[in-house]
Write a protein that binds this ligand. Structure first.
Ligand SMILES: Nc1nc2c(c(=O)[nH]1)N=C([C@H](O)[C@H](O)COP(=O)(O)OP(=O)(O)OP(=O)(O)O)CN2
Length: 160
């Protein structure tokens, strides 16, 4: 039976500051606000005969790249069933429950998410991390996003 080891990565720099609002229903959402989100991950890799599994420097750098891509933006969920997003010149016009919000495109990332939640951010970042890790001998990757101390969501990928 293969011998595996878990590598846990979650450095101080694995974070992104972003604005968002969570939508709870067709008529309820929270006000626009922000968090310093932190990102961490667990990698399950086979143990080599040399007592080494996988170079975690590679994964530290990948997590930093993913965090940098989301840092200091307004994050909008493009696939929410409860809001419409239209392009309007230099702006995104967001319609929710009869209200309109305008966000500068240069300040905003439209992400393929159903909601701007930690669980959706975790799934989104996991897919990007798995795509960066193709062809490597990994058994599992579990990626976590926390919106503050003591509250995070995890998304899991397992190799076939
Ligand atoms: N399942 C989820 N539930 C909630 C999410 C989420 O992403 N997934 N997000 C929110 C809000 O964004 C809310 O702002 C969360 O932050 P909050 O709990 O206020 O964070 P704090 O760090 O201020 O927590 P305190 O307990 O107030 O210290 C709500 N639900």
């Amino acid at each position: 039976m293969k011998d595996y080891r878990s590598l846990y990565i979650g450095k101080e720099r694995h974070k992104f500051s972003a604005a968002h609002f969570t939508i709870f229903s067709a008529t309820e959402r929270e006000r626009l606000h922000g968090h310093n989100y932190t990102v961490s991950a667990r990698f399950l890799a086979p143990m080599g005969d040399n007592g080494f599994s996988a170079d975690y420097n590679v994964y530290k750098n990948r997590l930093s790249t993913l965090c940098d891509e989301l840092d200091e933006y307004m994050l909008l969920a493009a696939n929410s069933p409860h809001q419409q997003i239209r392009e309007d010149g230099d702006y995104y016009r967001v319609i929710f429950n009869g209200e309109e919000m305008l966000f500068l495109k240069s300040d905003t990332l439209l992400l393929p998410l159903r909601n701007a939640t930690v669980e959706e951010f975790a799934g989104y970042l996991l897919q990007k991390l798995v795509a960066l890790s193709t062809g490597e001998d990994l058994k599992e990757i579990e990626l976590f996003v926390a919106s503050g101390p003591g509250q995070r969501a995890g998304a899991l990928w397992r190799s076939n």
